[in-house]
Design a protein around this ligand. Structure first.
Ligand SMILES: Nc1nc2c(ncn2[C@@H]2O[C@H](COP(=O)(O)OP(=O)(O)OP(=O)(O)O)[C@@H](O)[C@H]2O)c(=O)[nH]1
Ligand SMILES: [Mg+2]
Length: 402
């Protein structure tokens, strides 16, 4: 699972990464501060099942903190994209290629409208951030169109002459971009193209197909950043009206400051919370005190949180529609073979079956799968049982159990 952080230069991508992942990527008030991509690990937060089962858990592939399970998510912050990046402008295609492994994108937008298309300072409120959403989606679409164009003629003719399915040829071609054959099939169906005559698809049809494919295969959430700045509230409304993508108001700089102070023990703050508590007021200067006060009244009280955690949870649970499930080897003790209680949580797509989960854990477990067991009810589950959020599952297999 990889989430790409995209947006024009200086919109706050690296600040977002640093706030979410506690990384130290370079941040700067000038375009192209980031050149090489910065990786990081963020966490989505769900209520841990240790509360429901009243047990003390021993989280292994994740972290349990005060009854909240933190599930790691890989993130990648890349260089800023400028219009015509797909033609090589700015840092060009390299950065689009860095994003090929991404399952979804977070588009960080400067909601205050203080930067032009290239990320240069302009008077606050004079740039309409709606343009950023349109241009970025277009760039990503054109990047995909370009990849397809490279051998579309050969591919589409081959499908027709050799009577091969265009969907499987495209699936092979696009597998390195994390684009599945299912996403391709659905996108073709959405735009009502004829699968048996791909060579006759017009340029316009190809672009329409790519548009749908992008939305399905690389879905996006808009992080309406810098809401702490003037003009942002007005622009936020415009953004929300423009697009069907989810738009979440946020301040990456605000989250970064809160998490720093919380790590130093100056405040008590949980990512995603609507408030914080000052523990050691003496360590705060007057300016810091008033900045914190403003963060509380102008952001947390108004929007409910800094928005960073909400962006992450929205990408994973609403946009990618993943659900948490807990595999165990002992359904009575809820443990693995070493006695660790509720050790692992997996994020799987809605619709994943018990047997598919077995394959995710280990190929052997999938191959020798006999049945699964619901640890709550101790009922047997067939191989095609569709997992539900927060299921605790034991897999019974011929060779091994889990
Ligand atoms: N007011 C305010 N400033 C922010 C916020 N987030 C980031 N910034 C500032 O915006 C500027 C650019 O931040 P970066 O994180 O370097 O932006 P970037 O998108 O990574 O920029 P490039 O790597 O150049 O593409 C810095 O001066 C940040 O301090 C925010 O939420 N509010
Ligand atoms: Mg950056």
């Amino acid at each position: 699972m990889l989430i790409g952080i995209v947006g024009k230069p200086s919109s706050g991508k690296s600040t977002f990464l640093n706030a979410a992942c506690r990384t130290a990527a370079k941040v700067g008030a000038y375009p192209f501060t980031t050149i090489e991509p910065n990786p990081g690990t963020a966490y989505v937060r769900v209520e841990c099942l240790c509360q429901e089962f009243e047990v003390t858990c021993n989280a292994k592939n994740s972290v349990c903190r005060d009854g909240v399970r933190l599930i790691p998510i890989e993130m990648l912050d890349v260089a800023g994209l400028v219009p015509d990046a797909h033609l090589g402008r700015g840092r060009g295609n390299k950065f689009l290629d860095d994003l090929s492994r991404a399952d979804a994108f977070i588009h960080v937008v400067d909601t205050s409208g203080s930067l032009d298309a290239e990320g240069r300072d302009v008077e606050s409120g004079t740039w309409d951030p709606r343009q950023d959403v349109e241009f970025l989606e277009r760039e990503i679409n054109m990047w995909l169109v370009q990849i397809l164009h490279r051998d579309w003629r050969r591919l589409s003719r081959r499908a027709e002459t050799e009577k091969l399915k265009i969907t499987s040829l495209l699936g092979e071609k696009l597998s390195g971009l994390q684009i599945s054959e299912l996403a391709i099939k659905t996108a073709i169906r959405d735009v009502e193209l004829q699968t048996d005559k791909p060579a006759s698809w017009s340029e316009e049809e190809l672009e329409k197909f790519v548009q749908r494919l992008r939305r399905r295969a690389k879905p996006m959430v808009i992080a309406a950043n810098k809401v702490d700045r003037p003009q942002a509230a007005k622009n936020l409304e415009g953004l929300q009206q423009l697009t069907d993508e989810t738009v979440i108001p946020c301040t990456a700089a605000g989250e970064f400051a809160l998490r720093n102070l919380s790590e130093k023990g100056v405040i008590s703050y949980q990512p995603g919370a609507s408030n914080f508590e000052i523990l050691t007021p003496k360590e705060l200067g007057e300016t810091e005190q008033s900045q914190l006060q403003r963060l509380q009244t102008e952001i947390l009280d108004k929007y409910g949180s800094t928005g960073i955690q909400q962006v992450l949870n929205t990408v994973i649970f609403d946009v990618l529609q993943l659900i948490p499930v807990y595999p165990v080897e002992d359904a009575g003790k809820l443990s693995d073979h070493d006695g660790n209680i509720l050790p692992d949580v997996y994020l799987v797509s809605k619709g994943t079956t018990a047997r598919q989960l077995a394959y995710k854990i280990h190929t052997d477990l999938g191959d020798t799968f006999i049945h699964a067991l619901d640890a709550r009810t101790k009922k047997r589950l067939a191989e095609n049982y569709e997992l539900q959020a927060n299921d605790v599952i034991r897999i019974v297999a011929a060779g091994a159990t889990h």
